[in-house]
Design a protein around this ligand. Sequence first.
Ligand SMILES: C[S@@+](CC[C@H](N)C(=O)[O-])C[C@H]1O[C@@H](n2cnc3c(N)ncnc32)[C@H](O)[C@@H]1O
Length: 218
Amino acid sequence: MSTHVNRKVWKRAQSGHLEGWAEYARRRVAGAPERRELWAGILAEVEKRAPIRPGEKILDIGCGLDTALDFVETEVSGFTVDTLAAELAAFGLSARAAHAAGELEHLPYRDAALDRVLLMNVLDHVRDAGSGLRETARVLRGGGTLVLSVDTYAGRRYQTKRLHKWWARARRAQTKHPLIFSKGSVERLLLGSGFRELDSLHVPGTKARRTLFLAHKC
Ligand SMILES: C[S@@+](CC[C@H](N)C(=O)[O-])C[C@H]1O[C@@H](n2cnc3c(N)ncnc32)[C@H](O)[C@@H]1O
C-alpha cells in the first residue's frame, strides 16, 4: 500500500478533521478527565523508555485542538504545528506551546533544532508519510526522540482495510485516514528515514490496533 496520496484525497480528509474539531470544541471541558487519563498513560510509557528532561524543545506535530504538551509535567519549551492551526485558533489553543500553521512534509524549523517530536495519531492522516518522517528527522538533533502513535493492522484486517481505502478513493468518498499501515510498514519507514527504533508497544487506554513507536534519530 502506498505511503502517500494526492492532495485532493488529503484535502477531503482535512475537511473531515475540521468538522470533527468544531464538534469537539462544542463538547470540550477544560482538562477533560478521560483525555488527561489517556495522555498520563502514554506519557508514563514514554518516561520509562525515553524520559523527558527539563528544558527540552518539544514539537507536537498534528496536535489538533488539545496538544499532548498540556499533560507533560516536566518544564519544557513547547511548539506545535498543524495544517489547521489558523482555523483551530478560533476555538482557543493551549498556552503551553507556541503554535504554527504548517505541514509535516515542510516543517518551519531549522535542521537539528529540536530535542523531541510527538507525532500522535497523525501519520495515517497526512499526504506523504515518507517525506514527513524524513522532514521530522531533519528538524531533530542527532539522538533526538520521536514519539509516534498510529493505528496498525495485520493479516486479514489489513487486507480488508486496504480494500475499503481503495473503494473510498474510487468513489471520492471522504475518509479521515487516507493512509493505512501495518506495524512492519511503519518500522520500515522509520528505518529508511534516518531513525533507529527503540521500542514499540500498544498505546495504553486505546483500541488494540493503536501502536506507540519510540525511535531515536541516528
Ligand atoms: C486525528 S488528529 C490527531 C490530533 C492529536 N495529535 C491527538 O492525538 O489527539 C490529526 C491531526 O493531524 C493534522 N494533520 C493532517 N495532515 C497534516 C500534515 N500533513 N501536517 C500537519 N498536520 C496534519 C490534522 O489537521 C489533525 O488535526
